[in-house]
Design a binder for this molecule. Structure first.
Ligand SMILES: [Zn+2]
Ligand SMILES: [Zn+2]
Length: 156
C-alpha cells in the first residue's frame, strides 16, 4: 500500500485490515436509522463518504450485500477475522464509498456536519443545536452526499 506520509489511516478492531485515505478534509455525518443501530450494535452510525479511488486498503475482507429501500444493492465490507464493518459501497454509485468513521485511528477530532434519521434516534442521545438535523434523510440524498465529498462532476 503506497501511503502518502500525511495519509489518514484506520483499520479494523483486530488489525488484520488497514486502510489509508488521501489527506482531504472529509466530512462525517451521523445516521440514527435502525439499520445503522443494528449494524453498529450501538446507537448510531458514523458515515464518512469519499471517492473509492481515495481509499487504499490491505488485508482480507469479506462482504455482506443488502438491498436498500430504493432497490439499490449495498456492499458492506468487513474484516474477515474480527467482523468490524469498514465501509459500504452501493452498486448504484460504485465510485464512492462510505467509511465507517469509528474505524479511523484518530477519532477525537470528529465533528459531525449533520445528523440524519433523528426521528429514529435513541432518546438519550442529545444533539448539538448548531449541527443540522434531518428527521429522515435530506430530500436529495445523493446530491447532499456529493456535496459532502466535494464532487463537482456528480453525474459522470
Ligand atoms: Zn479485523
Ligand atoms: Zn443509517
Amino acid at each position: 500500500m503506497a501511503l502518502p506520509k500525511d495519509a489518514i489511516t484506520g483499520g479494523c478492531q483486530c488489525g488484520a485490515v488497514r486502510y489509508a485515505l488521501e489527506p482531504k478534509p472529509y466530512k462525517i455525518y451521523v445516521c440514527h436509522c435502525l439499520e445503522c443501530q443494528k449494524q453498529s450494535a450501538s446507537a448510531f452510525g458514523l458515515s464518512m463518504p469519499l471517492k473509492f479511488e481515495d481509499l487504499a486498503l490491505e488485508g482480507e475482507t469479506a462482504e455482506y450485500v443488502r438491498s436498500t429501500d430504493s432497490g439499490a444493492r449495498t456492499r458492506c465490507i468487513f474484516c474477515r477475522q474480527c467482523g468490524t464493518r469498514l465501509y459500504h459501497r452501493s452498486d448504484r454509485s460504485p465510485e464512492f464509498v462510505t467509511i465507517k468513521a469509528g474505524t479511523l485511528d484518530e477519532t477525537h477530532s470528529i465533528k459531525p456536519v449533520a445528523h440524519i434519521w433523528v426521528s429514529r434516534k435513541q432518546p438519550w442521545v442529545v444533539l448539538d443545536d448548531d449541527v443540522p438535523a434531518y428527521a429522515s434523510q435530506p430530500p436529495d440524498l445523493k446530491g447532499w452526499r456529493d456535496e459532502l465529498i466535494g464532487n463537482s462532476g456528480r453525474d459522470k
